[in-house]
Ligand binder design. Structure first.
Ligand SMILES: Cc1cc2nc3c(=O)[nH]c(=O)nc-3n(C[C@H](O)[C@H](O)[C@H](O)COP(=O)(O)OP(=O)(O)OC[C@H]3O[C@@H](n4cnc5c(N)ncnc54)[C@H](O)[C@@H]3O)c2cc1C
Length: 386
C-alpha cells in the first residue's frame, strides 16, 4: 500500500464494488443507519463485470442444492420489498420450465428439491410440455418440470434501485475509483482508492471477477467468459412473458442451455458454462461464430419459431468457486474484512437476501439462515493478504 499523504475519510463500512451484490449490501447497511461508502472502479451498470444486461432468472426449486431454498424464499420477499420502496418493477413472474432426462442433474435435482421442500410443481411429458408451451420442441425422452415460483429479474433496474435507496439512506458512492490496497490496523481497515484514503470499521468486498486481484490466494475463483444472445420472435406472442416461462434445458448430460421470454428486446438464449477461463482485465469482448454457433444450433433444434441469427449479444463474466457454491464470510486472516462472491453463474437472484445476510454479519446480528457451509475457509487456501 502506498504511503502517500492523503486525507482520510472515516466510515463504518466500506463496500468494494457496485454490481448487484455491492449495491444491495450498501443499501442494506445504509438503511440500518451505518455510514457507508461504496467504491466502484468503473461506473454503475458498466458492461465489464457480471451484473449488467436486461434480465436474470429467479426460481425456487433449486436443483443445484436444496440448502438454498430458505434463502430463496426470503429473496423473493426482499425483492418485492425493494420494488415497493423504489417504485420500480424488478420482478416479472413467468413460471419456469426445467427440461431434460428425468434422472439428469437438472430435472432430477429440481424434483428432489421440490419434494423435499413441498414446492408446488407439475411434471409434464415432452408432448404435454410442447402443447402447453408452444415455444419449445423437446425430445421424446425428456420430461419437463413446471414451477409457478419462477420468473425474471430486471438486472440493471435492480442495481439502480439498490443504488437509489442506498443514496436516500445516506450511502456515499465513489465511482471511477479502484481499490488498490488495504491494510488492517488498530483503528480500522485502511483502504486506498482513486487517490483517496478511507478508514473503515468494516470492509465488504463485492468485487465479482476481480476478487482474486484484491485478495490473492483467498478464494480459488475461476473467471469464465459467457456470451448470452438475443433472438427475434416472429411476433405471434408465443415468446412473450405471458406464454413463455423462463427455462433451463439439460440437452445432454451436464450440457445446459437457458432462456428468458421477450420483454421488448428479443428472446434471450445462452448456454451456461463451457466458456473460456480468462483474466478479468483481459477478456475478449468480440463475439465470434464460435460463441454463437452452439446457441444458434440449439435454437434451430429447440426454439424453432425464433429467428435463426442473433439480433444482439454481450459478454459477461462468471466467477466460479470449485464447488460452484457461493463464498460469503470473513477473510481468513482479517475478520473485519468480509469477502462476498455470490456468483458461480447463479447469484443474481440472491442479491436481495445476501445484502441482508452480509449486513447481519457486519452488525453482529444473528441471521436466520445458516450460511456456514458457504464460508470461504472451506477452500482452505493459504491467504496472501494484500
Ligand atoms: C451471462 C450471465 C448470466 C447470468 N444469469 C443469471 C441468472 O439467470 N440468474 C442468476 O441468479 N444469476 C445469473 N448470473 C449470475 C449473476 O449475474 C452474478 O452472480 C452477479 O451479477 C454477481 O454480482 P457481483 O456484484 O458479485 O459482481 P459484479 O457485477 O461483477 O460486480 C463487481 C463490481 O466490483 C467492481 N470492482 C472490482 N474490483 C474493484 C476494485 N479493486 N475497486 C473498486 N471496484 C472494484 C467491479 O467494477 C464491478 O462493478 C449470470 C451471470 C452472467 C455473467
Amino acid at each position: 500500500m502506498q504511503e502517500a499523504r492523503l486525507s482520510v475519510r472515516r466510515c463504518d463500512a466500506l463496500v468494494i464494488g457496485c454490481g448487484v451484490m455491492g449495491s444491495s449490501v450498501s443499501y442494506n447497511l445504509a438503511s440500518r443507519g451505518l455510514r457507508v461508502v461504496n467504491v466502484e472502479r468503473f461506473r454503475v451498470n458498466h458492461e465489464l463485470g457480471s451484473s449488467h444486461g436486461r434480465t436474470r432468472i429467479i426460481r425456487l426449486a433449486y436443483y443445484e442444492d436444496e440448502r438454498y431454498v430458505p434463502m430463496l424464499r426470503r429473496a423473493f420477499e426482499a425483492w418485492r420489498e425493494v420494488e415497493r420502496k423504489s417504485g420500480a418493477q424488478l420482478l416479472r413472474m413467468t413460471g419456469g420450465l426445467m427440461m431434460g432426462r428425468e434422472e439428469g442433474e437438472l430435472v432430477g435435482g429440481v424434483l428432489r428439491t421440490a419434494r423435499a421442500h413441498g414446492l408446488e410443481h407439475h411434471v409434464l411429458s415432452a408432448r404435454e410440455a410442447e402443447e402447453r408451451f408452444e415455444a419449445f420442441t423437446l425430445s421424446e425422452e425428456f420430461v419437463a418440470v413446471h414451477e409457478e415460483s419462477a420468473g425474471m429479474l430486471f438486472a440493471e433496474e435492480s442495481v439502480r434501485a439498490f443504488v437509489g435507496l442506498a443514496r436516500e439512506a445516506g450511502c456515499d458512492f465513489v465511482q471511477s475509483a479502484q481499490v488498490t490496497g488495504w491494510k488492517a490496523g488498530p483503528e480500522g481497515v485502511e483502504v486506498e482508492a482513486g487517490g483517496e484514503r478511507f478508514l473503515a470499521d468494516r470492509v465488504v468486498s463485492c468485487a465479482g471477477p476481480w476478487t482474486g486481484q484484491l485478495f490473492p490466494g483467498v478464494l480459488p475463483l475461476k473467471c469464465e467468459r459467457q456470451v448470452p444472445l438475443w433472438f427475434s420472435s416472429l411476433g405471434d406472442g408465443a415468446f412473450g412473458p405471458d406464454r413463455m416461462p423462463v427455462f433451463i434445458m439439460e440437452e445432454e448430460p451436464g450440457r445446459f442451455f437457458y432462456g428468458l421470454p421477450e420483454v421488448g428486446h428479443g428472446v434471450k438464449v445462452a448456454r451456461t458454462h463451457e466458456g473460456d477461463i480468462v483474466e478479468p482485465d483481459r477478456v475478449n469482448r468480440e463475439v465470434a461464430s464460435e460463441d454463437t454457433a452452439p446457441v444458434e444450433a440449439f435454437v434451430a433444434r429447440r426454439l424453432k419459431k425464433l429467428g435463426r441469427e442473433p439480433i444482439a449479444s454481450t459478454t459477461c463474466l462468471y466467477s466460479n468457486t470449485p464447488d460452484f457454491n457461493f463464498a460469503i464470510g470473513p477473510h481468513p486472516k482479517e475478520g473485519r474484512v468480509l469477502v462476498v462472491s455470490a456468483c458461480s453463474g447463479h447469484g443474481f437472484k440472491f442479491a436481495s437476501v445476501i445484502g441482508e445476510i452480509v449486513s447481519d454479519m457486519v452488525t453482529g446480528k444473528k441471521n436466520e439462515f445458516d450460511v456456514s457451509w458457504l464460508g470461504p475457509e472451506r477452500f482452505n487456501q493459504k491467504p496472501n493478504p494484500g
